[in-house]
Design a protein around this ligand. Structure first.
Ligand code: PGA
Length: 248
């Protein structure tokens, strides 16, 4: 049985003070839940949010990292820095990183290997653009991203990875994939994983959906057996919305 994961991606929002308030409010509001919950905050807030989350079941996540251990990489952050701050999850290959900051599949692959080696849990984001969907390239795009990112990941390490299917056209646009589109993509990813690894490994890997998830569409999207939770952007910044999604 895969434990569902609802991860909030705060992106470049909030300050440490407002983030702490939000983190505490989420912790107070969740009650008893079988769902795993994480909030992925900007780098300078990690220590502060880790403090606010201490003693709660909510885990801390980061939104990016570099693949090298240290060195002359101005503006970058290493895996060791994330773990020192108490980080469990790290989002890798988010479409905003790929499309706004030019991250390549090769970079994502290096980051993924370093995250695994550092015992972080990577949330690997993949997804097609609107143009690619319209040209019926969705599965080709997903396949290429999976192949490149996971090319040197062995089966015993693959089990810990979380994969987030995030159609680029649904992120921050208010347009959500239909439950059927989300389910089809998740089924495709699962069958790709069965081919690459095997059934047992594939069954352990959580597949999330991300892209304009809200309390009122969360349950229908997560109806698919292959979807094990959500990566939530905008709606993770409001306590009621995020809790509404957690209680899907
Ligand atoms: P959104 O963002 O929920 O605001 O669409 C999702 C994401 O970028 O992970």
């Amino acid at each position: 049985m895969r434990i569902p994961l609802i991860a909030g991606n705060w992106k470049m929002n909030m300050t440490c003070e407002s983030g702490k308030k939000l983190a505490k409010a989420i912790a107070e509001g969740i009650g008893d839940t079988d769902v795993e919950i994480a909030v992925c905050c900007p780098f300078p807030m990690l220590f502060g949010i880790a403090d606010a989350l201490r003693g709660t079941p909510i885990r801390l996540g980061a939104q990016n990292m570099h693949w090298e251990d240290s060195g002359a990489y101005t503006g970058e952050v290493s895996a060791a820095m994330l773990t020192e701050a108490g980080t469990t999850y790290v989002i890798l290959g988010h479409s905003e990183r790929r499309h706004v900051f030019g991250e390549s599949d090769e970079w994502v692959q290096k980051k993924l290997c370093k995250a695994i080696e550092s015992e972080l849990v990577p949330i690997l984001c993949i997804g097609e653009t609107l143009e690619e969907r319209e040209q019926e390239q969705t599965e080709n795009v997903l396949e290429k991203q999976l192949e490149m990112s996971l090319k040197s990941v062995a089966a015993n390490n693959a089990e810990r990875i979380v994969i987030a299917y995030e159609p680029v056209w649904a992120i921050g646009t208010g347009k959500t994939a239909t439950p059927q589109q989300a389910a089809e993509a998740a089924e495709f990813i699962r069958s790709w994983l069965v081919n690459k690894y095997d059934n047992e490994v594939s069954e352990k890997i959580r597949i999330l959906y991300g892209g304009s998830v809200k309390p009122d569409n969360a349950s229908e999207i997560m109806e698919s057996e292959e979807i094990d939770g959500a990566l939530v952007g905008g709606a993770s910044l409001k306590v009621e919305d995020f809790i509404g999604i957690i209680n899907f």
